[in-house]
Structures are given as C-alpha cells and as structure tokens.
Write a protein that binds this ligand. Structure first.
Ligand SMILES: C[S@@+](CC[C@H](N)C(=O)[O-])C[C@H]1O[C@@H](n2cnc3c(N)ncnc32)[C@H](O)[C@@H]1O
Ligand code: SF4
Length: 453
C-alpha cells in the first residue's frame, strides 16, 4: 500500500462537480444563459421531484485555522437581520424565473456557522422562504451546528419549521490538536448538543471528524473515534484534512507544513479509523462518509439513489439546486453558477435586483456524460458505458489511462464497465481524474487542489 500511496498521492479534485470550478468555461458563460438553464431545469423537474436549496450563512465568532470554508469572522450579531433580508430578496429574484410555486425537497443551511444566528432569526428566514414555496411530501431539511454555540432553543426552533437532520463539527478531541487549529471544544459540549437533538426528535445526527490535522497522531484519531462511538451519531463525515494554504484568505497558516502527518501516516489514520467504525456498525458511503444502516444516507446508497453535489453526499437528487448567499454555488444540471464571495458585493448586487453570480459554466453534452460517470464512481464505485448515451469520443483514451490502475489492482474493467476494488477505494479521486478530460486538456499553472490521499 505504501508504494501505491507514494505513486498516487497527487493534487486532485474532490469532485463535488464536473467540470470542477477551476475548469469552468467562464468566457462563454453569461447571466442570461444561466437564467435560461434554471428556467428549463425548473419546468422539467419541479412538479416531478422538487428542487433543493442550499443557504450559506457565512458568519463565525472565532476563526479555526484549519478551515477551508468561506466565512466572515465577527462577534457583531447586528449582521444577522440585514443578511437574512438579502437572502430573501435573492430568493425572490429566483422566484421570478419560475412558472409555478417551487416544491422544496431538500434544504440545507451551511456555513460558516448557521447557529451564529439566533433561533428567531433562523425561523424568520425559513418562514420567509416558504411564503411563496411548498414542501415536498418527503422533504429533508438539515443544518450545520457548532457544538460550542448550538442551544436547545436553536434545535427546537429549527425542528418546529421541519428540520430533522443536524451535523456538528467535531474535528478532534485532543487538546494539542484543538489548540493548533484554534478550536477548543469539549466532549461535554458535543455530548450535550447530540443528546438534545435526540430528545427533541431529530432523526439523523452527524458528526464531522478530520484526520491529517496538525500534530494529530494515530492515537488521537482513535481516541476521537472511541469518544464518538459512545454518542453513536447516525452518520459521520471522516474527512481528510484538505491543506490548501495557497487559497487566499482561508487562514491555514497557524502551523507549519512539518506539523502535518505524512501521506502514509494519514492513510494509516484513515484505515485504522475505518476499521473501528466498521466494528461499531458503520458502513462506508462513497468517499469520506460513514452511516449506520438506519440512516437515510445508507438506505440511499443501497437503493442506488446516493448523490453528490457541492454539499457533499446527499440521500436524494434533484435536477435543480439553488444556492443562496455569499459564495454559494447553484447547479441546474445544465449549468453551474457561483455567487460573489464578498458580503458587501453580494448585498449590493441583490439590492439592485441582480442575481449575484460572478462565474459559471454551461455544460456541453459531453460534460454531462462525464459528469454522470464521475457521479457513478463517487457514489456507487462503479460505472457502465454499455449504452450509447454513456459513451464519448475520448473513452478509449480514458480506458488506456485506467490500465495502470487496473494493473495495480485498484479497479476491475471490462469493455463496457469499471468497478473500483476494495484496494482501490482510497484512490477513487485518482480514478475519476482519468475521466476528467478538462484536467488532461490543460494542466493548471498554479496549484489548485489538495492531495488525493
Ligand atoms: C461549516 S463547518 C461546520 C459547522 C460549524 N461551522 C463548525 O465548525 O462546527 C463544515 C465542516 O467542514 C469541514 N472542514 C472545514 N475545513 C476543512 C478542511 N480544510 N479539510 C477538511 N475538512 C474541513 C469540518 O469538518 C467542518 O466541520
Ligand atoms: S470550522 Fe466552522 S466555526 Fe470554524 S471557521 Fe470554519 S466554518 Fe467557522
């Protein structure tokens, strides 16, 4: 395994989209084209499956130095109401594109820290969204909570407006690691928020833990998992720390590269963690995720319904996902668009009745075929190109690229299909990279992606 890690540990995308953001064709993209794809997607899919909403709530009171998310650090809570007003106005700009009331299937509040907002303000946001929208019968609403500031009132208020799933950022319980990442948070806090959510009636509670953090050892990871097991979250994200300090303004500078575990150490942390999780009844879902067999993520994997988008893995797929808020990305299946990142610019554009996107990509037919293969690989660990609709001109070249990984035992391939082996699981990002025509057409001049392992 060691040699394979050395061979395949290269910078690579996490494939929350295809094409990945750095390869979007921003020159042929326009706001008009984006709106046309939203209209088309909405009219094709709203009455059949509903749409998804992702809402980015970017504020955090304190900066965790490992964090790669888009956030604004502030202790001033007077930012809440103006931000919510802008979100609701942005929503009204999308409503103008729709020819009927939208049916919301999935709604996710991400961040930043959604629980930075008061429970009343979060309810005001949700009630505002549903003034001109309906819920799907089997809707799934979820949010990200910070264990240090999620209160019983937050959990109750969101439960009352339909939320049944919450995920908490845990990362690691060790004090040295917590200090290095500037995120000191006790087990007791995590236990409290987990217990409260259960008492109130949440049916899926998730914890995010990370391996590969500065000063983190195998023992720290195993101890974190031991503690996690006592709380039995329904799902777990077990992320590899993405070290991307060259991305401006994300603050990953409180420690040196030499404080980070090596690629081999990271892999050992992951493999050992995975073993412990399996013993505790968790099944690995796609990449980085684990779930108990009672959780909807597990069931959706079993039914072949698992989907991956900018939020990571989701239990169901809608053709249209509208992202509201600074930096959010929307996906109409025919195109992607990202909102401006600066809060001031975001507010300014929305106030002037402009959908606040600054870049995007309209997918070609070929992009959509490759996207399906990458989704299949990331979600089901296999893909098939037996039908003509799954074939594309460069397929023989892709198959050639895959031969070496086949020889290394990472995948099994026939003329019409490919399956990732258990040995190949850690390398699924590398396997997807073989399909990534854009990546092979043009190697980026600057470093863009974290390492694959
Ligand atoms: C928006 S935060 C979760 C909510 C809340 N802000 C908190 O920290 O508890 C999203 C999650 O992304 C993960 N994350 C952030 N930066 C990461 C990085 N550089 N590498 C891997 N995972 C990261 C963390 O596990 C974090 O809990
Ligand atoms: S990990 Fe969460 S709380 Fe910490 S900076 Fe990132 S988004 Fe904010």
């Amino acid at each position: 395994m060691c040699n394979l890690i050395q061979k395949y540990n290269i910078p690579g995308p996490r494939y929350t989209s295809y094409p990945t953001v750095p390869f979007w064709d921003i020159h042929s993209f326009s706001g008009k084209k984006w709106e046309a794809t939203v209209k088309q997607s909405f009219s094709e899919s709203n009455s059949k499956e509903g749409i998804s909403l992702y809402i980015h709530l970017p504020f955090c009171e304190s900066m965790c130095t490992f964090c790669g998310c888009h956030k604004r650090i502030t202790k001033r809570h007077d930012v809440e109401v103006p931000y919510i007003r802008t979100l609701l106005k942005e929503w009204s700009l999308y409503l103008e594109l729709f020819d009927e009331r939208p049916i919301i299937k999935e709604l996710h509040l991400g961040g930043g820290t959604p629980t930075f907002f008061s429970p009343e303000n979060l309810q005001m946001l949700i009630n505002g969204l549903f003034k001109r929208a309906d819920r799907a019968k089997d809707y799934e609403f979820s949010f990200e909570g910070h264990p240090n500031n999620t209160t019983k009132e937050h959990l109750k208020a969101l439960y009352d407006v339909g939320f049944r799933r919450v995920s908490y950022g845990v990362q690691d319980y060790n004090e040295t690691v917590q200090k290095a990442i500037h995120r000191v948070q006790s087990f007791e806090n995590v236990k409290n928020v987990t217990d409260w959510a259960r008492e109130i009636g949440y049916t899926s509670i998730g914890h995010d833990i990370i391996f590969g953090l500065p000063h983190q050892t195998l023992e720290h990871v195993l101890e974190t998992i031991e503690k996690t097991k006592t709380l039995k979250p329904d799902r777990l994200a077990f992320y590899s720390y993405a070290h991307v300090p060259w991305l401006k303004g994300n603050g990953q500078r409180g420690y040196k590269d030499t404080d980070l575990p090596s690629a081999e150490e990271k892999r050992t942390q992951y493999e050992a963690g995975k073993l412990e999780l399996a013993k505790a009844g968790y099944t690995e879902i796609g990449m980085d995720h684990f779930a108990l067999d009672t959780d909807s993520l597990y069931r959706s994997m079993q039914n072949g319904k698992l989907h991956r988008n900018f939020m990571g893995y989701t239990a169901s797929k809608t053709q249209l996902m509208v992202g509201l808020g600074a930096s959010s990305i929307s996906d109409s299946w025919y195109g992607f668009a990202q909102n401006v990142k600066s809060l001031e610019e975001y507010q300014h554009l929305v106030e002037n009745n402009i959908i606040p996107i600054f870049r995007g990509h309209i997918l070609t037919d070929e992009d959509r075929i490759i996207r399906k293969h990458i989704l299949n690989l990331m979600c089901q660990l296999e893909t098939i190109w037996f039908q003509e609709s799954m074939q594309f001109k460069e397929l023989p070249v892709v198959m050639d690229r895959l031969k070496e990984m086949q020889d290394d035992g990472l995948l099994e391939m026939t003329q019409y299909q490919l399956r990732v082996t258990e040995k190949g699981r850690p390398f699924v990002r590398n396997i997807c990279m073989a399909f990534d025509l854009k990546l092979h057409e043009k190697t980026p001049e600057t470093r863009l992606f974290s390492m694959t392992i």
